[in-house]
Design a protein around this ligand. Sequence first.
Ligand code: XUL
Ligand code: CO
Length: 465
Amino acid sequence: MDIYYSFACPLRYLVPSFPSFLFMKKSTAHFPLIPSIRYEGPRSANALAFKHYDPAEVIDGRTMKEHMRFSIAYWHAFRGVGSDPFGPGTINRPWEIGKDAVSIAKVRMDAAFEFFQKIEAPFWCFHDRDIAPEGKTLAESNKNLDQIVAHAKFLQKTTGIKLLWGTANLFSNPRFMCGASTNPDAHVFAYAAAQVKKALEATQELGGENYVFWGGREGYETLLNTNLKREQDHLARFLHMAVDYAKSIGFKGQFLIEPKPKEPTKHQYDFDVASGIAFLRTYGLDKHFKFNIETNHATLAGHTFQHEIEVAASQNMLGSIDANAGDLLLGWDTDQFNTDVRELTLAMISILKAGGLGTGGFNFDAKLRRASIDPADLFHAHIGGMDAYALGFKLARRILAEGKFEQFVSERYSSFDSGYGKDIESGKANFKSLEKLVLTKLGEPTPKSGKQEYLENMLMQYLHG
Ligand code: XUL
Ligand code: CO
């Protein structure tokens, strides 16, 4: 049965900007039992409604949809099947049928855009191999990608949904088992370069606002077989080539590095934001990159989500967020949806203080649990994630507007605002002048409380009234 029917109505060619789902017969919709998700407020008993994310709510002259810039991760939402190292997939979707891999990919994409619309997400993200099947040769893979990118372009145009970022999958295929740009074999480096060239072109064709590099298998398992310095040099060379190629084709999107300390390799070169900054500066790449910070990667690196945001923001390198959560008891990259409002409020405080994400957004790099097999679960998962972020955003705005924490912090550092403290910051003071000061005037410092419990109670009041 040829199920590629969703956009069969010829009228769509006459009115290309008209939402194409209006042309779909009801029976052809991929989520026929699920309506568009609407905001019904915190007291709603409807599980398929937003409680805190009202896409149309205007705050500071912008809608919540514009503020949050939510994005759906194609690989989890539409390629995730629930498999784990102990068993195969559990999730079967009705749209996964068709006469060949490319036609299946197109119908899958129709289902995805129906979902993006119904969940009120203005953006999506992809890896090249999520959206189009890999062929027997690179030329065949490129041809498949071209067909799917054309389809995605049409769907973007008809729905108004935009591409937050694109990336290349340089980690699944066995050719990348020892890395892509850090592979000891120059042949693999060359292949990866060709693949990223094409992924950049696809991202540009779809108007992607950013392009992401996650380290994939760029790291090592054992130093017995690894030249660490050479591999890092190669990674930097690769990123320079990407920057140069983007410039040559006029790609204006922001490049983002997504740090992760481990998984799949034991040690990954983009360990965390701080090591990422050091790497980018060492190789003269810092002007071209910002960071895509993923919650679960932060916790794997032994940091809080907020810490990673603050470190990036402190260097004006906060780019985008991969919104998810790990399970601290499991301790691996579980990529769960995050409903921890406390964690997200703290993250939002740091994001808002940094002036927001610019061209970035909140991309749900999160997957359903293996037993969550119903199409409705995909909606519940994203509704929860969006509500939690929206609530965190609103709480953070209130906290910042009242300014109590900021006032506390600025008072805590106020001894650096004038006198010898100011001289220390401005570079006027030195060891000799400070020694003289302590010996002749200051004497012993008086300890002052950090008041952590007082502040935590204040935060609790904002969160729980
Ligand atoms: C892997 C991960 C990736 C990147 C994109 O942990 O987060 O999905 O976001 O390659
Ligand atoms: Co990610």
